[in-house]
Design a protein around this ligand. Structure first.
Ligand SMILES: Cc1cc2nc3c(=O)[nH]c(=O)nc-3n(C[C@H](O)[C@H](O)[C@H](O)COP(=O)(O)O)c2cc1C
Length: 380
């Protein structure tokens, strides 16, 4: 793979030397492109010797080679480590004022960033907003590590270790060429023209799973049932409302289906076409909806189907999840408890035919670990 390695002007720039070596030793062709400020932290001769090529960061030299475009277009992946707060801001705003920024904007290659800065800079609202913008554009951003920073301080902001950056860049792509369908949110079954039977699912978990699958190189379709959150870039989105809509949207073959949407078990037999008026009392007749995931797994035997099971707090979670696995012919069931709903951190039990393992963390962390687990199982 041809890797364009950008280095920006942070204290961790010296660590990029080992990153050049790690990528080169693994057989990748590394083109190093430091910013002017990066060269205050690490010497050009070091970078030239390790990468085996001359480094010229002047945008206006060798103009006949149109390097400000070709450097980006020739890359299969762009990695920027360390990425300064200033760089994140310039990239979020699209300010192409040096060779590295021009190359990045001229490229369609996947971009991986390893930000490193003081904790306050990392947590500053401006940096948070830039990170959100970049993630929404599909740029893959590593969470900085916690530990000793420049001077006496310590906290989140350290550049992750070289091995971790290496793994982050190269483990991605495990789902390249795979078609993944993720359902998220909650269905709504109309009672009348304005009221419905719904649920409180925010869709956050499904969105994070879709992002993690996208970041592994998959071709992802996110079927969003009544989600209000901002939906990620780099993913095909289909909006649905009812169980019937969802069934139609799901009617496509896939390599992996993750059914994270909360699907209504009932629908109103005859929704009222207008708005029902208040009256003393009324009765609604509910009928059971179709079991979409069971039908999907029966019709798409080669798909790796993942379901979710929500169990009462006093239930045997593993037992509930495994029963669902067998009943619906699934490969994996992600079990969680009612008490975990609405909490910031989440804890789930991954239940397979013969084993179970627990994942704990934020929804984003759990989603990434779940997708890593699925991609391993699919590649076996
Ligand atoms: C000693 C020192 C260490 C620095 N370390 C960092 C850092 O780790 N992260 C960061 O975002 N900025 C850091 N800065 C500030 C950047 O060097 C500054 O924002 C610069 O404009 C970044 O330029 P560049 O993004 O074009 O490479 C540091 C500055 C100094 C003087």
């Amino acid at each position: 793979m041809r890797i364009l390695l950008g280095i920006t002007g942070g204290i961790a720039a010296y660590k990029a030397a080992n990153l050049i070596r790690a990528f080169s030793e693994a057989g990748h062709e590394v083109t190093v492109l430091p910013t002017e400020n990066a060269l205050r932290f690490i010497g050009q001769p070091t970078l030239e010797a390790l990468s085996g090529h001359n480094i010229d960061i002047d945008m206006y030299s060798d103009v006949e080679k149109v390097r400000h475009v070709s450097l980006g277009q020739d890359a299969d992946a762009i990695v920027v480590a360390p990425a300064t707060a200033a760089f994140l801001g310039r990239l979020a705003a699209g300010i192409a004022d040096d060779l590295l920024m021009n190359a990045i904007l001229a490229s369609e290659a996947p971009i991986f960033l390893a930000p490193a800065m003081h904790t306050e800079m990392w947590q500053n609202p401006a940096t948070r907003a830039n990170i959100q913008t970049l993630e929404e554009r599909g740029i893959r951003i590593m969470e900085p590590a916690s530990g000793r920073l420049t001077g006496e301080d310590s906290g989140p902001g350290r550049m992750p270790e070289v091995e971790e950056i290496f793994d982050f860049v190269l483990s991605l792509g495990a789902l390249r060429g795979k078609k993944v369908i993720v359902t998220a949110g909650g269905t709504r079954e109309p009672i009348d023209a304005v009221r419905y039977i719904g649920n409180s699912s925010s869709g956050r978990m499904g969105i994070e799973i879709a992002k993690a699958a996208r970041d592994q190189g998959a071709d992802v379709t996110l079927i969003a049932a009544n989600i209000e959150a901002v939906l990620p870039a780099g993913i095909k989105i289909e909006h649905v409302s009812t169980v019937d809509d969802l069934e139609i949207a799901m009617d496509h073959p896939s390599d992996i289906l993750v059914m994270a949407a909360a699907v209504s078990d009932f629908k109103v037999e005859k929704p009222y076409p207008g708005k029902l008026k208040r009256s003393g009392s009324m009765e609604l007749t509910l009928t059971a909806t179709k079991d979409l995931i069971a039908a999907y797994s029966a019709n798409h035997q080669n798909a790796y189907c993942v379901g979710f099971a929500l169990a009462d707090n006093d239930a045997d979670l593993e037992q509930v999840a495994r029963q669902k696995l067998w009943d619906k012919g699934l490969k994996l069931v992600v079990g969680n408890r009612v008490s975990a709903l609405g909490t910031k951190d989440t804890s789930v039990l991954l239940v397979e035919n013969d084993k179970a393992s627990e994942l704990t963390g934020t929804k984003q962390e759990v989603a990434k670990a779940l997708v890593a687990f699925i991609s391993q199982s699919v590649s076996v």
